[in-house]
Design a binder for this molecule. Structure first.
Ligand code: G3P
Ligand code: CA
Length: 242
């Protein structure tokens, strides 16, 4: 059975401010197989990498991402809870792509659209990914299933991951219907091994978020493709011991 690949959730966010160049660089240094990251749109249409729809939790500012231009967003410090990092800025997706280009790592780009509906975000993310020649490296995922369906319709070569939070009875069938290559269940989904097996039998690959140390063995035995974790170094070490 191949080992599950290890992807850093928002970079190596257990050690460095989430979704920042620092956290992504650290994931590279830890030899993670990939990273997961979140994308939203600034007021002036830039793709910015941030998890929440507001900057309140992760910066020294407050307000909605959609209400700031990129220049305005850059004024804030996104070093939340990591005092050792001096001024940490919010990265654009293009900057993150530049960092990873040529590394061979997998990028799981999660499009955050739904709480705030970012009209046209799918076209923008696809255009950038293609322009940078990185379509092969990227999996596009979203809790908004219209968004991943749209990505697939816009470009049939784009790989999409069906991201969900709660249980589905027929997740494999639903994933197939959407044209997904990947299913992204929460760790809670590991309690339903038959669903995982059905997905794999149907040719869908499973990437689980966010997996704690105790569940890594289960992922390995079930044939999970990748696990998403805040601590890629730790997970890798445990998996390599199997
Ligand atoms: O993509 C997996 C995981 O990141 C989804 O949850 O809330 O951390 O974006 P969240
Ligand atoms: Ca995410």
């Amino acid at each position: 059975m191949p080992y599950p690949k290890v992807w850093g959730h928002r970079g190596a966010s257990g050690y460095s401010p989430e979704n920042t160049m620092e956290a992504f660089q650290l994931a590279i240094e830890m030899k993670a197989d990939g990273v997961e990251l979140d994308v939203q749109l600034s007021k002036d249409g830039h793709l910015v990498v941030i998890h929440d729809e507001t900057i309140n939790r992760v910066s020294n500012g407050s307000g909605w991402v959609k209400d700031f231009t990129l220049v305005e967003l850059r004024e804030y410090n996104f070093n939340n809870n990591y005092p050792l990092h001096k001024h940490v800025y919010i990265p654009t997706l293009e900057e993150v792509y530049s960092l990873f280009k040529g590394t061979g790592m997998q990028l799981n780009v999660e499009l955050k659209t739904g709480v705030v509906f970012y009209y046209g975000i799918e076209e923008k993310v696809l255009e950038l990914t293609k322009r940078m020649g990185m379509l092969d490296m990227v999996i596009f995922s979203s809790f908004n299933h219209y968004t991943i369906k749209k990505i697939k319709t816009l470009n049939s070569s784009a790989k999409i991951g069906l991201l969900y939070r709660d249980g589905y009875i027929a997740i494999a069938e639903y994933g197939k219907l959407l044209g997904a290559e990947y299913i992204h269940p929460p760790a809670y989904g590991l309690n339903y091994p038959d669903l995982v097996k059905t997905c794999i039998d149907k040719g869908l690959r499973i990437n689980v978020w966010n997996v704690n140390d105790a569940d890594l063995k289960k992922c390995y035995e079930l044939g999970v493709n990748a696990i998403i974790t805040n601590y890629p170094d730790r997970s890798k070490k445990i998996i390599e011991g199997f």
